[in-house]
Design a protein around this ligand. Sequence first.
Ligand code: ADP
Ligand code: MG
Length: 233
Amino acid sequence: MSGIFVTGTGTEVGKTVVAAVAAHTLAADGATVAVFKPCVTGLDELSADGPISGDIGPKSARRLADHELLRAASGSGQSDEEIAPYRYGPPASPHLAAALAGEQIDPERLRAAAGRAAAGAEAIVCEGVGGLLVPLAGEYLVRELAVELGYPLAIAAGPGLGTINHTLLTIEVARAAGLVVAAVVLTPWPHEPSELERSNRKTIAALGEVTVMTLPEVDLAAPDSWPELRFSR
Ligand SMILES: Nc1ncnc2c1ncn2[C@@H]1O[C@H](COP(=O)(O)OP(=O)(O)O)[C@@H](O)[C@H]1O
Ligand SMILES: [Mg+2]
């Protein structure tokens, strides 16, 4: 069983893209791949501009939700529920989105769902929510879930100004909790990186004592054109 937990320096930094490309690579290698995301929020914003389409590809009438993109990328036949046990409309932190729905996220349910997903596959790619210190329920943060699952981390981060601080903070929090950082992935990595971007890459590798990978801009609607993204075990 190989597994990776994709976190990031925050929200909208490329976690889903990194997780999708990693899952697609594993599937292309011939593995049965499961995907898992503890909680998806912001579904209201996706359905605002068109009919629902679960298909990846040019015909998609709206941006896919994270669990839909992960399913399409991995080729897994998992249901929405199996991939993401908690799914909410408002774009809010999981603990708040759950509270707004009159619910509370149950860590045990997350552990059980992640375990079931892993049991049905040869490899699993998990995507966190926001960054490592995002609350799921009370003091149970994304970090706590990552520690319980025990997979190495891939940290998605932007290539530009501000990324050194955000990335090193994430690495410190991860290692302090006993998590192993497999790699940082700078995304989207420009075709012609500037001096700042090239310097960021080197500086994060040196100060974070970490492998820094890069992912160029991909066409999310065309998985066959995606590059390979593999994390060494
Ligand atoms: N390598 C990439 N290729 C194409 N788009 C990217 C890439 N990296 C990030 N993006 C874009 O950045 C935005 C945030 O990415 P996403 O993976 O959804 O972030 P997160 O999961 O961290 O919230 C999306 O619009 C996504 O398409
Ligand atoms: Mg995401």
